[in-house]
Ligand binder design. Structure first.
Ligand code: C5P
Length: 224
């Protein structure tokens, strides 16, 4: 079990996916799970201010993460929502579910079940701190706010969307604040996490640094 935590747009998904492929592990994108239940809550018109309704949505959602050529295919109740869960509407509403302890309990149980079945690279905000505190290697991946906003903007442009850089900086900073101050499952760097600042690193460099760290701690897995 390997965990990768860190703030929005630090590059966690890209490096976690590549690290998993290198090690022959499964990749667990927990942000996609929070996105999928948020998508479902919006889709079924749930009362976004009612904790019991949101917990009900999480309990009834059947979320599947299927390995695909270019990452993961996300299914919610059998429907492919890989693209829909990345819309601004979903992103803006995630906190309503992610801040809800009853919703987190459901998704954490789902994540741990996954962890019992597979060797995982699990990526999110709380994976090394709350969900898998005894993981063998726990990474905390960060980058400067401006760099993370620039990466997010590049992602947006690649999908045909765009926004002024200052607006994206503001949005990323707002998500940081929410992720760090959430009453349960808050983003936190712990002393037992390996800290990587990717501000001036390429994806390859980050992945190589992670593989080297894993090799130091789990010699059998770190070899090519
Ligand atoms: O990683 P991604 O940006 O897709 O995550 C979407 C949102 O889901 C995050 O902003 C965070 O609020 C929430 N999240 C969470 N716990 C996790 C993963 C994501 O609360 N383990």
């Amino acid at each position: 079990m390997i965990t990768v935590d860190g703030p929005a747009a630090a590059g966690k998904s890209t490096v976690a996916r590549r690290l998993a492929r290198r090690l022959g592990f499964r990749y667990l994108d927990t942000g996609a799970m929070y996105r999928a239940v948020t998508w479902k809550a919006l889709e079924c018109g749930a009362d976004m201010d009612d904790p019991a309704a949101l917990a009900g949505v999480a309990q009834s959602a059947h979320i599947e993460l299927q390995p695909a050529e270019d990452g993961l295919r996300i299914l919610c109740d059998g429907r492919d929502v890989t693209t829909e869960i990345r819309t601004a509407e979903v992103t803006e509403n995630i906190y309503r579910l992610a801040d809800e302890p009853a919703v987190r309990r459901v998704l954490i149980e789902h994540q741990r079940r996954f962890g019992r079945r597979y060797d995982l690279v699990a990526e999110g905000r709380d994976q090394g701190s709350e969900v898998f505190p005894r993981a063998e290697v726990k990474f905390y991946l960060d980058a400067a706010l401006e760099e993370r906003a620039a990466r997010r903007l590049a992602d947006l442009r690649s999908t045909g969307a765009a926004a002024p850089l200052e607006e994206v900086v503001r949005q990323v900073a707002e998500r940081d604040a929410r992720d760090r101050s959430r009453p349960v499952g808050a983003l936190r760097k712990r002393d037992d996490m390996v800290f990587l600042d990717s501000t001036h690193m390429t994806v390859d460099e980050v992945v190589e640094a992670m593989v080297a760290e894993v090799a130091r701690r789990r010699p059998a897995q770190g070899r090519d």
